[in-house]
Design a protein around this ligand. Structure first.
Ligand code: SF4
Length: 244
């Protein structure tokens, strides 16, 4: 048996967040995460899982249960089989996919499609290893009010590397977001490259994270537009479309 990887699920669906919202993608949700965000909506991905599920026909939800870990060559074959339907790209997500960097290094070259990395933006050393295989990066900046820690230095290091690819930044705002931490985040992006697109994502209320008022969303966007050229507000659209 070759190298292996731990998988939560693989399926074809509509991207619901960020710059590529609406595109058809294959989602490859890997096990593991290095953070514990208050608004996390994929808590299962953070722990090890004995089994995962893989969709066999794109969009038909005919999942096959697999035992973890799965050989990387086998996972690539499942993904390429789903690519029988033309997709925009294959989204590596989690959890935090860079927790399995070595697996990505081996998986990505086997996939017959563009690779979109969805990441919390805190593991720059790991990003450097896989960067040659990544076409697009969706990078979160995690604000201290929800991550419980200051991650500015890691985020800046990460964004400087990611800026060598197609990258956009996503910031989830909640009723706990402060003006000061939001300002620090947009200054960080502007320092690296003010033309990097920023997606402000009002949180879908979960756990103790409450939503943001419509007026406050306008204020966040206006604040960001003082330093950045491309600032959009996009909520989690897959939730109200009833998609996975
Ligand atoms: S980085 Fe993502 S997967 Fe990890 S805890 Fe935060 S929201 Fe959840």
């Amino acid at each position: 048996m070759g190298k292996t990887v731990n998988v939560v699920e693989v399926f074809s669906s509509i991207q619901g967040e960020g710059q590529y919202v609406g595109y058809r993608q294959i989602f490859v949700r890997l096990v593991g995460c290095n953070l514990e965000c208050e608004f996390c909506d994929t808590p299962d991905s953070r722990q090890g899982m004995a089994s995962g599920q893989i969709e066999i026909t794109p969009g038909k939800r005919d999942f096959k249960i697999i035992s973890n870990p799965i050989p990387i060559s086998q996972l690539a074959a499942y993904i390429n089989q789903l690519l029988i339907l033309p997709h925009h790209s294959v989204s590596l997500t989690g959890g935090e996919p860079l927790c399995q960097t070595q697996a990505i290094e081996e998986l990505a070259p086997l996939i017959h499609g563009m690779i979109h990395l969805e990441t919390n933006g805190t593991l720059p050393t790991e990003l450097a290893k896989v960067l040659p295989y990544i076409d697009m990066i969706s990078m979160d900046i995690k604000l201290p009010s929800t991550s419980g820690q200051e991650l500015w230095q890691k985020h800046e290091e990460f964004l400087r590397l990611a800026n060598t690819r197609r990258v956009f930044v996503k910031i989830v705002v909640t009723n706990k977001t402060s003006t000061e931490e939001f300002q620090q985040a947009i200054e960080l992006i502007a320092t690296v490259n003010p033309e990097i697109p920023l997606i402000i994502q009002p949180v879908t209320p979960i756990n103790h994270c409450g939503g943001v008022s419509p007026d406050q969303v306008l204020v966040w966007q206006e604040q960001a537009l003082t330093l950045l050229t491309d600032v959009r507000v996009i909520p989690q659209t897959h939730k109200f479309m009833g998609q996975l």
